[in-house]
Design a protein around this ligand. Structure first.
Ligand code: SF4
Length: 232
């Protein structure tokens, strides 16, 4: 049997509006996209699961749930379902929800609206990535965000866009106009890790923030903080 979960560990959230919150991370194997800035092994099933740094062979949903429970501490805010793309594995997410009782935080690339619809009532928080490098999924992404936003409490969902050097201000203007039609959603502009923050790039980020601010009240520029803090 292929292993659906590549890693389980406890750490802090390093991205987005919940930065710094303690979470148990469940990193699913595989993704339906292939972004060139991806920092996770997402192209194949895992052969084993790393649990808090140790190699384990988890065969069933109960094995996964038990490892999650072992990592639960009083400061845990939620389980981060991350990847890869967690929405590929809706039946496993249902089991995790039913058997742990810990709030679920979904980190998704937002390209699978039917899957989002299937588990929308089980999710408490959502970080919805919007991949401007995949224009063919743009409408599906808006649909996913709309489905989840409809179910989650106000403020529990935010949209995250990685700002590569290929993203331009016009795309941010179009996107934020479309998001405004769904709701006044918090937006995080996430600078791509590893690229040089020269003055041109920084000015572009500020212009994007100003542009987005014409449509949405809460716009933030937040990098991947766990990388420079040395957390997983
Ligand atoms: S959507 Fe996320 S996990 Fe999938 S390839 Fe892109 S960055 Fe990697």
């Amino acid at each position: 049997m292929s292993v659906k979960v590549r890693e389980i560990f406890s750490s802090i959230q390093g991205e987005g509006i919940y930065v710094g919150r303690r979470q148990i991370f469940v990193r699913f194997a595989k993704c339906n996209l292939d972004c060139d800035y991806c920092d996770t092994a997402h192209k194949r099933d895992a052969k084993f699961c790393m649990v808090a740094g140790k190699k384990k062979f988890l065969k069933t949903a109960d094995d996964i749930v038990n490892e999650i429970k072992n990592l639960d501490t009083k400061d845990v805010f939620s389980i981060s379902l991350t990847g890869g793309e967690p929405l590929i594995y809706t039946s496993l997410i249902k089991q995790i929800h039913k058997k742990t009782g810990i709030p679920l935080y979904l980190e998704t690339n937002s390209t699978l609206p039917e899957k989002a619809d299937e588990i929308k009532n089980l999710i408490t928080y959502a970080a919805c990535g919007l991949k401007l490098n995949y224009p063919k999924f743009y409408n599906d992404s808006l649909k996913t965000i709309e489905i989840l936003n409809h179910c989650l409490k106000s403020g529990n969902l935010f949209v995250k866009v990685v700002i590569t050097k290929n993203v331009d201000v016009g795309q941010i203007e179009e996107l934020t106009g479309d998001l405004k039609n769904i709701g006044d959603l918090p937006l995080v502009l996430q600078p791509q890790t590893g690229i040089k923050w020269d003055n041109t790039y920084k000015n572009t980020l500020l212009t994007m923030s100003e542009t987005a601010g014409n449509f949405l009240k809460e716009v933030r520029i937040i990098p991947q903080t766990h990388k420079f803090l040395g957390f997983e």
